[in-house]
Ligand binder design. Structure first.
Ligand code: SAM
Length: 383
């Protein structure tokens, strides 16, 4: 919409822009098109748009053929959007985005999150949707410029801080461009910027204890001008030794350590246990035909290496709310490391039935002994 159309529409639906809702509407259509283009949207995508307003971005997202869930707090704007885009691919939710449960998004394969965010809630929104595991596959956000710089800052800069590391631990962040106040109505008092976040491959960074790492970061940045040697005294008594081993200046301040150095610091302070049982590649499994009849026995390494059909069980545990308990596979698994998996699972050994394996795995992995219902056979043609 052009500026004149925005003014007229707001008057028609009785909205005078509210500062507390960050109601600054984008009227530069070339810019709106460009912002959407940076998310490389395809018809396979499921797009969450936070704060769609009058639909400046929504229009171009729908043009890409994607399905859109638009979350708008202002009921008058939500109603306007429903009427403006009578499109079955658009669902408008009239709620506070801070109250939305992002876990429902796991039902969709490729979820992208877009938004010219209301600035006063942008950090709360970010932290909510960044909570791990996150269903978001790509983020394209227009934020207050200062915030965008914090997300994408390199070490040893003014903007590099605890938020930077918290975001960059899981994402690559790219500052795309600065956006002047003049493209919005009413004009905000500050510059804005477009930033893109893409989740990192889970094996891209070394294994670490995220909780400890983020605690160290919080303490380290609690007094930016103070040296880490003093701030982290409780965690590392011999700081000179730490500095030597991590190859950092013993007088370093928090902002001088890169993400990799922070990870190395956490791992030095609390070394991670290696898997206590080496991968049991010599364990033997029955190899079966498509009717689940045993053909012969072979080692785990051979079965997996040659993709041979073998027996396994997966157990799904639900709570009363219908939520499923998932576990993350270890980094040391030979197949699909760090992927999310069923509640418990395991291979059926030569001397077991499927039910026996299910009960054994549940006890070994989760110390549970509960009645199980058989859900279905996977990839098995039972004769
Ligand atoms: N996307 C539109 C545009 O670019 O013209 C509007 C952007 S405006 C900066 C922010 C929008 O977020 C407004 O429409 C406002 O009503 C909405 N909003 C504010 N707080 C919200 C919240 N907590 N949940 C959902 N929407 C919110």
């Amino acid at each position: 919409m052009k500026l004149s159309e925005i003014r007229a529409t707001l008057q028609e639906i009785g909205v005078s822009p509210v500062k507390t809702l960050g109601q600054n509407f984008l009227h530069d259509q070339n810019l709106a098109r460009w912002i959407v283009s940076q998310a490389q949207i395809t018809p396979e995508d499921y797009v969450i748009e936070i704060g769609p307003g009058l639909g400046a971005l929504t229009r171009f997202i729908l043009e890409k053929g994607a399905r859109v869930l638009a979350i708008e707090k202002d009921a008058r704007l939500a109603n306007f959007l429903r009427a403006r885009f009578a499109d079955e691919r658009l669902e408008v939710l009239n709620i506070d985005a801070l109250k939305f449960d992002p876990r429902v998004l796991f039902a969709h394969r490729r979820v992208k999150l877009l938004g010219n965010l209301p600035y006063n809630i942008s950090s709360a929104l970010l932290l909510k949707f960044l909570d791990q595991p996150s269903p978001i596959y790509l983020w394209l956000l227009t934020l207050q410029k200062e915030m965008a710089m914090r997300l994408s800052a390199p070490p040893s800069t003014h903007d590099y801080g605890a938020l930077t590391l918290r975001v960059q631990l899981y994402h690559r962040a790219k500052y795309l461009r600065t956006i002047p106040p003049s493209v919005f109505f009413p004009q905000p008092e500050v510059d804005s910027a477009a930033v893109r976040l893409v989740p990192r491959d889970p094996v891209e960074l070394p294994e670490r204890d995220n909780e400890l790492l983020l605690k160290l970061v919080r303490v380290g940045f609690s007094q930016r001008r103070k040296q880490l040697r003093k701030l982290l005294r409780e965690y590392a008594t011999d700081w000179a030794d730490v500095a030597r081993r991590l190859n950092i200046d013993p007088k370093s301040r928090a902002e001088e350590l890169s993400l990799l150095q922070w990870i190395a610091l956490a791992n030095f302070i609390a070394p991670l246990p290696r898997p206590d049982t080496p991968l049991t590649n010599e364990e033997r499994f029955p190899v079966v035909d498509k009717n689940d009849r045993i053909l012969r026995y072979a080692t785990r390494a051979y079965v997996h290496g040659n993709n041979l059909r073998h027996r396994a069980v997966h157990i799904l545990i639900f709570n009363h709310a219908g939520e499923v308990y998932l576990q993350q596979r270890s980094r040391w698994k030979d197949r699909h490391p760090l992927k999310w998996d069923s509640s418990a699972s395991g291979h059926v050994t030569a001397s077991e039935t499927y039910d026996e394996t299910a009960r054994r795995e549940l006890k070994e992995e989760l110390a549970l002994d509960v009645p199980l219902d058989e859900a279905s056979g996977l990839g098995v043609h039972r004769s």
